[in-house]
Design a protein. Structure first.
Length: 301
């Protein structure tokens, strides 16, 4: 219990809580744009940027590494769009290609970095699976500030985001800058990914973006309520996952966060009030009994 009372745990808990909320909100946009693989591709595409930034500056500074990760992820997004527009290759295929190539390049660069003494001491391998405990106070503050900024932009532009996702043509008629919103959406996605890869890891970061909104869909049909629930599910996953990982020595944070998120999804899939399997089975049985009663009454007449 002494671990839970430490100031480092409290700060890391706050940062992963905010990260989970931001991931749930942005993940809802990804869900409705049907770009689940995009989040996976960009999270993997960020890895080479981390290694290159360290090779160039030889310091494990969160801000510098995140700049490298952001540029690498944006480059991956550019290649995806370029391949889609300039070839016959479909978007999902382009995403798969970029995911594999960039992640492979990142692993090669990390292997090169780790063969040097400074690389081993830097602990860059934590970016693969995530290790929130390795973050220092400056990392936590930067991560929390960026997560809060993402949350603010999503909430402040709720009406605009709703038009952007569901009726962009009507939005254009109202002179809504759809192209600019698409750029901001991509920026929010990249920022959310890069601030989370140290805590959750590049492999599992996409899960934190996708699982909360999918879970929320089992509880509501409202987009507003889905955003709120998705943010809540992401935040609670981050908080509980961080707490569980704090009890072990060197336990990676990312897998625990994703496991909690997956548990919420399973509960939602079975017991969600809108599309949960138990609820649908109950409704089906109720309708079946009503139908049988109707035919019995008809036969009696």
């Amino acid at each position: 219990m002494s671990v839970l009372a430490s100031s480092n745990y409290v700060w890391v808990l706050l940062s992963t809580l905010l990260l989970g909320i931001a991931s749930g909100l942005v993940g809802s946009f990804v869900y409705w744009k049907k770009q689940s693989l995009m989040s996976d591709a960009l999270s993997h595409a960020a890895l080479p940027g981390v290694a290159i930034a360290f090779l160039l500056f030889q310091v494990k500074d969160f801000f510098i590494l995140m700049i490298g990760a952001s540029l690498s992820a944006l480059l991956g997004a550019f290649f995806i769009m370029y391949i889609k527009q300039r070839s016959r290759i479909k978007e999902d295929t382009a995403m798969g290609m970029i995911l594999a190539v960039f992640f492979g390049g990142g692993i090669v660069l990390l292997t090169f970095v780790n063969r040097h003494g400074s690389g081993n001491q830097a602990g860059l391998d934590s970016f693969i699976y995530g290790e929130a405990a390795s973050m220092v106070s400056s990392d936590v503050k930067m991560m929390s500030l960026l997560a809060l900024s993402v949350i603010f932009l999503v909430i402040a532009g709720f009406k605009e985001w709703k038009l952007f996702l569901f009726d962009p043509d009507f939005g254009k008629g109202l002179k809504l800058p759809i192209t600019a919103l698409n750029t901001i959406y991509l920026f929010l996605l990249v920022v959310t990914i890069v601030i989370g890869i140290q805590a959750v890891g590049v492999i599992l970061m996409s899960a934190l973006l996708i699982i909360p909104p999918v879970s929320a869909r089992y509880w509501t049909q409202s987009f507003r309520n889905m955003l709120m629930l998705s943010g809540f599910f992401g935040g609670i996953s981050g908080a509980i996952g961080t707490t569980l990982s704090a009890f072990g020595d060197g336990w990676p944070t990312g897998p625990f966060i994703v496991l909690i998120s997956g548990t919420i999804f399973i509960l939602s899939m079975f017991f969600g009030i809108k599309k949960g399997m138990v609820v649908e089975l109950t409704i089906h049985r109720k309708k079946k009994k009503e139908l049988q009663g109707f035919f019995v009454k008809g036969g009696e007449r």
